[in-house]
Design a protein around this ligand. Structure first.
Ligand SMILES: CC(C)(COP(=O)(O)OP(=O)(O)OC[C@H]1O[C@@H](n2cnc3c(N)ncnc32)[C@H](O)[C@@H]1OP(=O)(O)O)[C@@H](O)C(=O)NCCC(=O)NCCS
Length: 241
């Protein structure tokens, strides 16, 4: 059985991507525009390029302390290959780190017309549900979310999902013991939903954004070569028999 695709046709060396000649894209389009073309099947309007670019920049890296950067660097420090280290970093993404975006977007879309969102948030909180896209291990406010929302407002992408996200953040903070900011997963989920992206694609978009950061961490790790990474004895507490 033939494999069908509407993404790319090699066409005797004259590559066509989503109906556009790759030779023309090379000359006239940016990386961000071409990623949008791949994912949406059409080139973006200028405002969409600006918004998509801002989102890709916003989560490009978040420091050496993140689970994905730690994992990528530990694996690189054991003298694995670059691709193994990068794969390991990607595998460290999950519902608590870089992987809340899809469920956050679904939640916002599902609640577009919820007139009782305050009650919904209260009930979920009582059930001890961690709402995807909210909270952060070390930040009390997430400046990345604040900045991308400013861009969304300016460019006309602050719509129903963004409004739900802001309302949920407000209610959640009234009833939580610590600050629960809208984090970058939540902000990306809201804006991408308001841009018309399918939530199923959104974790992939986060990965596209974070891969350059992980590549930089692996490159630094192998260049500086601090030796084998492992926990120090002072960081380990034996609680067994
Ligand atoms: C990111 C995360 C793991 C950080 O956890 P943490 O800072 O250790 O927070 P804790 O789990 O200790 O919770 C502390 C308080 O904040 C509340 N809280 C934290 N995140 C919450 C969330 N997403 N929804 C509802 N309440 C939340 C907890 O209920 C608790 O309040 P309470 O004592 O009044 O019940 C957590 O916020 C979370 O699971 N968020 C959802 C997943 C997500 O968005 N991940 C992407 C992160 S960029």
């Amino acid at each position: 059985m033939k494999w069908e695709t509407s993404i790319t046709n090699l066409n005797n060396g004259n590559e066509i991507i989503r109906g556009k000649k790759l030779s023309a894209l090379i000359k006239s389009n940016t990386f961000t525009e071409t990623i949008f073309l791949l994912f949406q099947g059409r080139l973006p309007k200028p405002v969409e390029t600006k918004m998509f670019d801002a989102l890709l920049v916003s989560s490009i890296d978040h420091g050496i302390g993140t689970a994905s950067a730690i994992t990528a660097r530990v694996v690189a420090s054991t003298k694995n290959s670059f691709n193994t280290s990068l794969g390991a970093g990607i595998l460290a993404l999950g519902e608590r780190h870089g992987g809340a975006i899809e469920n956050a977007a679904k939640f916002f879309i599902d609640n577009h017309n919820n007139k009782n969102i305050v009650e919904t948030v209260k009930q979920l909180k009582e059930k001890k549900v961690r709402l995807p896209g909210f909270g952060h291990a070390v930040l009390v406010k997430d400046n990345r979310s604040i900045e991308v929302f400013k861009v969304a407002k300016k460019l006309g992408f602050y719509k129903k999902s963004c409004a739900v996200a802001v309302q949920v953040e407000k209610e959640l903070n009234k009833i939580s013991s610590k600050s629960v900011p809208l984090n970058i997963d939540g902000a990306m989920g809201a804006i991408l939903a308001d841009m018309g992206f399918d939530p199923k694609l959104m974790k992939g978009i986060f990965m596209v954004s974070r891969v350059p950061g992980l590549v930089a961490h692996i490159y630094e790790e192998i260049t500086n070569d601090a030796g084998l990474r492992r926990l120090g004895e002072e960081e380990i507490s034996y609680i067994g028999k």
